[in-house]
Design a binder for this molecule. Sequence first.
Ligand code: PAF
Length: 286
Amino acid sequence: MNTVKTVRELRAAVARARSEGKRIGFVPTMGNLHSGHAALVAKAAQRVDFVVASIFVNPLQFGAGEDLDKYPRTLAADQEKLLQAGCQLLFAPGVEEMYPDGMAGQTRVSVPQLSEGLCGASRPGHFEGVATVVSKLFNMVQPDLAVFGQKDYQQLAVIRALVHDLNMPVQIIGEPTVRAADGLALSSRNGYLSEEQRAVAPVLYRSLSQIAQAIKGGERDYAKLLAEHQQLLEAAGLRGDYLEIRQAQNLRPATAEDRDLVILVAAYLGVTRLIDNLHLNLDTPA
Ligand code: PAF
């Protein structure tokens, strides 16, 4: 696996692969990789002949007071994991390469409506930062397909919308969340948790699963159901940001008549913000 740091080198390597008739798959990441990322690369490798990954901790998607500075940079370990997972080319640019004229005047891509609410409400500007960097990366790599984790459900919806709305010729693939044995969704931010917090964190997925079970069992009083689980989360020591049931396809608030649902949660354990979600289609047999 080759690692390049400039757009010029990236374009040259991708052009070589294309000239050999290869299809290009792309997995954008911020590094500090875990088996969830490896699954994204492996999915891309099943579908195409040449997999490009990127590692770039994108300042544009971090708000003031967020973890931009402490976000773990683990390039050597990440290179090894990418190689094992089937990646052929790593693009690992610095901030100056991605934003050579600085960020203040940078053209932005924003996806209204889908970016509002949920994580968009507590992280103003976050999805504009994500949409902007993903658009830039897509223009740099020009992949045939790109793979993203379903753990970042709202992010995936935003990226699908931008690709559709801006007519980008990239197929977007969403990969199921990879979980630890106790149900906790793998996330680079799990590394911030103390041993005690790590033991508490699986309550998030337990709550999502119990809410899904209750809905499958016929419960339609979503406000009551969510309030009960907010209380359970808080009793376990989490500080709730949101716990919501939305329509899976467009993230609009769900009504009792909707059949394709997603339950989404964000909560703080100490200073660490964790997110998770569970997709529930009532018309699909379990
Ligand atoms: O999900 C992530 O790791 C990031 O938001 C992404 C998509 C790589 C954009 O910086």
